[in-house]
Write a protein that binds this ligand. Structure first.
Ligand code: NAD
Ligand code: MG
Length: 396
C-alpha cells in the first residue's frame, strides 16, 4: 500500500489533496503517515479521524493540548510546534504533499527529501528561497520533486520528458489578478478584501493577493528557473485573462506545446498524486467552442513591478531569492494588517533588496539551509524596519 503525508493539510491545496485522496479510496487505498496544519485544530482532527494517520501535527504549539484531547483514544499521535512539523517530514512516506504557505514550508520539504520520497511541491517558496539546495538534496537521495504549481505542472507535462536543450522558452501565463483592468491611479486605494478576490482561481488568501500584485508570478518565474534549470531570459510571462492555457513550452524547431485545462488545482495535484500514470480526475472539461477565444497580452511593467524585481533577483542569484521572498511575505503581512498600501509592497521589497545588497552577501551561493534561514530573518527585520512595523522575524 502506498504511504503518504500532507503538510498544510487544512489549506486550499491541502483540502484539494485530501479530497482527491478520499475519492481515490482514502485510508483503504493509502497508508497515511502524517497530516499537519498551522492552527486549525478542528479541521485537522476531522481529517485525521477520516484518514487515520500515524501522527497529526499542529504548528501552533499552544494548540497541542486541544489536539491531544480531541485525538485521545484514537491511537493517532499528536504533536505541536514548528520543530514537530519538520520532524514529521523525516517519517518515510512514498509521496509527500508540501502545501504549507510561505518560507515555513522550506524545512519540512527539505527534510522529506532525505528519505528519497516523491515530493509534490506546491510550496513554491522552497524553490525561490533555496532552489539549488533543494534540487541537490533531491539528487543526493534519489528523491523526485514534482511541481504542483499549475503553470509548472503544465510546463512539466508539455515537456513530456524531452531534453531541456531542445527548449527555447517556457511561458508561464498569468490571469492578471484582481486589478488587471483597474486604472493604474486607483491601485493605491485597493483594499485587502478587493485584493483577496481572484477572477478565476479559488486559493488561499496570501497567494490570491500575490496574484493581484503579480508577486505570485514573480515567485513562479524564479521557481521555473530553479526547477527546470532554464536561464531567466528564456522564461516568459503572458497575461492570459481566461486562465485556461497554463504554460507553453517553445522548442527550437519552432513548435510550441501548450497545456490547457479548467482552472482547478485538483488537476495538477491529481497529476502529481498519480504520476507517472494519468488517473481519471473530477475536473471540469473545457468546451473550447463555448470558450470561443483565448487572449494573450504582454504584462505591463508599471502595473506589475514585482516581475521586474524577480528578474533582478535571478540576475543576482545566491541568497537573493530568500531575501526577496521574506521581504515580500513581511510586506504582505503589513498590507493585510492595514499598515501599508497595496502599491507600497513592491517598493518595500525593492528597498530591502537594495539594503541587503549594500551589506554584501546577497550574491553568496547558499551552502546550507542555515544561510537561507539567516537571510530570511535579516530580510524580515529590514522590511519591518522600512515599514515602521514590529519585526516578526520568527515567522519561519
Ligand atoms: P493556505 O493558506 O490555504 O494553506 C496553507 C496551509 O499551511 C494550511 O494548512 C495552514 O494551516 C498551514 N500553515 C500556514 N502557516 C504555517 C506555518 N507557519 N507552519 C506550518 N503550517 C502552516 O495556502 P494555499 O493557498 O493552500 O497555498 C499553499 C502553498 O501552495 C503556497 O506555497 C502557495 O503558493 C502554493 N500554491 C497554491 C495554489 C492554490 O491554488 N491555493 C496554487 C499554486 C501554488
Ligand atoms: Mg501558479
Amino acid at each position: 500500500m502506498r504511504s503518504l503525508s500532507i503538510f498544510g493539510a487544512t489549506g486550499s491545496i491541502g483540502e484539494s489533496t485530501y479530497d482527491l485522496i478520499q475519492r481515490q479510496g482514502g485510508r483503504g487505498a493509502y497508508r497515511i503517515v502524517a497530516l499537519t496544519a498551522g492552527g486549525n485544530v478542528r479541521r485537522l482532527v476531522e481529517q485525521a479521524r477520516a484518514l487515520r494517520p500515524e501522527i497529526a501535527v499542529i504548528a501552533e504549539a499552544a494548540k497541542l493540548p486541544a489536539l491531544r484531547e480531541a485525538l485521545a483514544g484514537t491511537g493517532i499521535e499528536a504533536a505541536g510546534g514548528p520543530a514537530a512539523v519538520a520532524d514529521a517530514a523525516l517519517r518515510p512516506a512514498d509521496w509527500i504533499m508540501s502545501a504549507i504557505v510561505g518560507a515555513a514550508g522550506l524545512v519540512p520539504g527539505f527534510r522529506a527529501l532525505s528519505h528519497g520520497t516523491t515530493l509534490a511541491l506546491a510550496n513554491k517558496e522552497s524553490l525561490v528561497t533555496a532552489g539549488p539546495l533543494l534540487m541537490a538534496e533531491a539528487r543526493r537521495h534519489g528523491a523526485t520533486i514534482l511541481p504542483v504549481d499549475s503553470e509548472h505542472s503544465a510546463a512539466f507535462q508539455a515537456l513530456g520528458g524531452e531534453d531541456m536543450a531542445a527548449v527555447e522558452t517556457v511561458t508561464l501565463t498569468a490571469s492578471g489578478g484582481a486589478f488587471r483592468d483597474w486604472p493604474l491611479d486607483r491601485l493605491a486605494q485597493a483594499t485587502v478584501a478587493e485584493a483577496s478576490t481572484h477572477p478565476n482561481w479559488a486559493m488561499g488568501q496570501r497567494i490570491t493577493i500575490d496574484s493581484a500584485s503579480m508577486f505570485n508570478k514573480a515567485l513562479e518565474v524564479i521557481e521555473a528557473h530553479e526547477y527546470f534549470g532554464i536561464s531567466p531570459d528564456r522564461i516568459e510571462v503572458l497575461v492570459h485573462p481566461e486562465s485556461l492555457v497554463h504554460a507553453i513550452v517553445s522548442f527550437r524547431d519552432g513548435g510550441m506545446i501548450g497545456h490547457l485545462g479548467a482552472p482547478d488545482m485538483r488537476h495538477a495535484i491529481g497529476y502529481a498524486l498519480n504520476w507517472p500514470e494519468r488517473a481519471a480526475l473530477p475536473v471540469a472539461r473545457l468546451r473550447l467552442a463555448e470558450v470561443g477565444r483565448l487572449t494573450f497580452a504582454a504584462p505591463d511593467p508599471a502595473r506589475y513591478p514585482a516581475l521586474g524585481l524577480a528578474r533582478a533577483v535571478m540576475a543576482t542569484g545566491g541568497l537573493a531569492g530568500a531575501g526577496f521572498n521574506a521581504a515580500k511575505e513581511t510586506a504582505l503581512d503589513a498590507f493585510i494588517a492595514g499598515a501599508i498600501r497595496f502599491t507600497d509592497m513592491a517598493g518595500v521589497v525593492d528597498r530591502v533588496l537594495d539594503r541587503l545588497s549594500g551589506q554584501g552577501g546577497l550574491e553568496k551561493a547558499p551552502a546550507s539551509l542555515d544561510m537561507v534561514l539567516d537571510m530570511d530573518r535579516s530580510a524580515r527585520r529590514l522590511a519591518a524596519e522600512a515599514m515602521g512595523v514590529p519585526a516578526d522575524a520568527e515567522r519561519i
